[in-house]
Design a protein around this ligand. Structure first.
Ligand code: NDP
Length: 341
């Protein structure tokens, strides 16, 4: 099974900034070329939740400045507020449902085929949006309710995703955190071609081979944690290029852009959909203002040189799972999900 990937210009109003492009999915639908991330992080109490509808207000503002694509997941706890903001903007007449693209993800404890439809029904009910644009399998590993490893194979889960697409609950289906071998198996054994792959991509993990492979099969690649070491994330600092990095700053100066904008554009120029998260109104505007310039090949290669294949998301506590997708490490960390329960 193969598909096509075409970069299409489209028309989204966003004040003074340039139009956001769209990527064509292999089933003919279109995805806006940037998505707002809505994972609010993890602390000693578990996944951080939005308070006083803060995230809803961020999404309202995001729609005003031109975002049309929102990335969430059942496990983030943000589906409800995103749905509320989108419905408010539809009621205001600012957008129509079909202008908005919602990506969400199935959590690991719902991998049995019959659980998938129920899980997505729950999401759709929470969002009150009738359907989801893209439903991703968050991870290839299935877990039991108590977070012990489950034997459910991701091909069974994929059948569940095919079911939700057939029922129209999700317009497109795809994968997240799958490695090449696992994607190959889904393509070979599944009856629906995945439309998208969401993985970690930033200057320190450029994912050249995996991106090339997925794009050659017609999957649209989405990049999570797109800023890499440039920013502190959920209170953590990482080694690697920072916001004042001289190479990135020089490129930014040439185009009158900030280094976060340069990094997002580096992804767009590789036909990858960045998923930057911010809850800050001026950064919302900054991050989407990347559609009026383009990097040349040398600049893309210059940024590629930061690659050290460093991941910030590697749940080593699951590394003994038979479907763990990443490299194993010597000292895996304790499972925060189990520690919490
Ligand atoms: P990001 O690379 O988006 O970094 C987010 C951090 O950058 C926040 O601290 C934010 O702070 C800050 N920031 C945002 N814009 C700017 C800017 N212009 N200048 C300076 N700082 C900035 O990483 P995430 O790890 O949050 O990933 C993004 C999204 O990807 C998630 O929200 C989620 O939707 C998705 N994701 C998916 C995963 C998966 O397994 N499929 C795993 C991890 C993430 P502030 O909010 O204060 O602006």
């Amino acid at each position: 099974m193969t598909g096509t990937r075409i970069l299409m210009p489209v028309f989204i109003l966003m004040g003074s900034a340039a139009e956001v492009t769209k990527l064509k999915l292999n089933n003919g639908r279109e995805m806006p070329a940037i998505a707002l991330g809505t994972y609010l992080g993890f602390d000693q109490n578990g996944i951080v939740q939005s308070e006083n509808k803060k995230l809803r207000d961020v999404v309202l503002h995001a729609i005003d400045v031109g975002y049309r694509h929102f990335d969430t997941a059942a496990i983030y706890g943000t589906e409800e507020e995103i749905g509320e903001a989108v419905r408010m903007k539809i009621e205001e007449g600012v957008v129509k449902r079909e202008d908005i693209f919602i990506t969400t993800k199935l959590w690991n404890t719902e991998h049995r085929r019959e659980q998938v439809v129920k899980a997505l029904e729950k999401t759709v009910e929470k969002m009150r949006l009738d359907y989801i644009d893209l439903y991703l399998m968050h991870w290839p590993m299935a877990l039991n309710e108590d977070y012990t490893h489950s034997d459910v194979d991701y091909m069974e889960t994929w059948q569940g995703l095919e079911d939700v697409q057939k029922q129209g609950l999700a317009k497109s289906i795809g994968l997240s955190n799958f490695n090449e071998k696992q994607i190959k198996r889904v393509i070979k054994e599944g009856s629906v071609m995945p439309a998208a792959l969401q993985i970690e991509v930033h200057p320190q993990i450029i994912q050249r081979e995996l991106v090339q492979y997925a794009q050659s099969e017609g999957l649209v690649v989405m990049a999570y944690s797109p800023f890499g070491s440039l920013v502190s994330r959920h209170g953590m600092q990482f080694s690697g290029p920072k916001i004042d990095d001289p190479v990135l700053s020089a490129i930014g100066e040439k185009y009158g852009k900030t280094t976060p904008q340069v990094v997002l554009r580096w992804l767009v120029d590789r036909n990858i959909v960045p998923v930057p998260k911010t809850v800050n109104y001026s950064r919302l505007k900054e991050n989407i203002d990347i559609f009026d310039f383009k990097l040349n090949k040398e600049e893309i290669e210059e940024i590629n040189k930061f690659n050290t294949h460093t991941r910030y998301t590697f749940p080593s506590f699951w590394q003994e799972h038979r479907h763990y997708p990443f490299e194993k490490i010597d000292n895996p960390i304790a499972d925060p999900f189990i520690a919490k329960n």
